[in-house]
Design a protein. Sequence first.
Length: 552
Amino acid sequence: MEADAVIVGAGSAGCAVAFRLAEAGWRVTVVEDGGTDIGPFIQMPAALSYPMNMRRYDWGLLTEPEPHLGGRVLRVPRGRVMGGSSSINGMVYVRGHARDFDHWAEQGAAGWGFADVLPYFRRMEHWHAAADGGDPAWRGTDGPLHVTRGPRSNPLFAAFIAAGRQAGYPVTPDYNGAQQEGFGPMEATIWQGRRWSAASAYLRPALRTGRVRLVRGLARRVVFEGRRAAGVEVGRGGRVWTERAGRAVVLAASAINTPKLLMLSGIGPAAHLAAQGLPVLADRPGVGANLQDHLEVYMQYAAAKPVTLYRYWNLWGKALVGAQWLITRKGIGASNQFEACGFIRSAAGIEYPDIQFHFLPIAVRYDGRAAAEGHGFQAHVGPMRSASRGSVTLRSPDPAAPPVIRFNYMSEPSDWAEFRACVRLTREIFAQPAMAPFVKAELQPGGAVQDDDAIDAFIRDHAESAYHPCGTARMGRADDPMAVVDPQCRVIGVEGLRVADTSIFPRITNGNLNAPAIMVGEKAADHILGRAPLPAANLEPWIHPAWQTEQR
């Protein structure tokens, strides 16, 4: 069957594109190398540490040794499953700050300013927290993506938000609304007690139309007829075939695999392609460049009261949580446990937040290993807009070979200054009266870690990726030599080929990337369909009135 469109990647953006194209009557083929997302490890929100550490659901990618992090090799989890990374992530829902998207427009992504993208955020959302605070004018109420808030029944969540207020920061009723800056409840893509991934929100409804077929296999390269994309070469089980596209090929394979696929198809830096023995169809030096991510550290504290999730951190406790969730879809298992958060500015003169906090009522790593032998809690904290840039390049011309991933973390002096501020400002928040009944002692980095050198050593040894790669096929003006796609998501230099995922971000957005990734899919679909964009919104975001002279 020749489809109207072939989409590579059944992830956050790819599922949204498939849904909207099918809704418009197009026949769509979605190519996905991974399998089903059905199963408790993915569907139970509290089990989030499992799928991102299971080879069944993850590509198993690793960085090269990071020179500024002591040569450490970091994991780069990317979803290899229906729903992509939305099926293995922490389910946290953050749109990003309005100024992030205004910056995109200033960098050449015309039509992607905040006023332009807000209508797409509203179109995709089904927001369920209006009674909990926030202005419904900023939110969507009938989209396919359910967005909820946890119950915040653990007293630590309220204490953390109160501590932020006591430290002098605002409390925001809705960080995805008019005011991101401040402390408040966190939102998640969880609905009726289970993960609400892009597969649940978009792909399954699209498949039910009968106009979308899901093909399992590894996308090997884009097939061109002349300079026009005509399909995608797919391989599985020793067989290789071509899925043909009559109107468009859309790459939505992640900020790691999309540039890899572009290069395998002859689109990328000419010298690098030639060195791999690949023919050059379009010399685009920006392919694989501009790689960005969020780094974070876990500030961990021993608890003075047994109110944390540690009481469930044993075989019997986990069995009870799992059984309750399986029977009722309620209880501890129905939350990702990221129920309180904060966004602050690290210094006066910074217009909008550049630090994010995720609060978690247990001291534990993303890989599920408890860091404290006993009750504890932690805040994940890190800078939002690192100046460091990395790259994705080919390891070989073999489509099955993983690419070379170099984030080049902490390569700029400003990164170290920002991270030191993260550590010191976090300590100040946990020293507030609201946290006093709960804080027993600082576990990590520990009270002895005080001066710049000691904090730098802690960061070097313990900073972890927040798993937010982006930017490797950046959007910009068609005459920008480092741009890969134009503002209509068309790959520059060829025809019939688009990119719709976090690759196209000119600069990383504030917070977790699943929400803006889905927004990209929603907006890209309108460009592919040749529709006029949704009318721009005329809502002004809140900016601290004294940001030029005050840090809070």
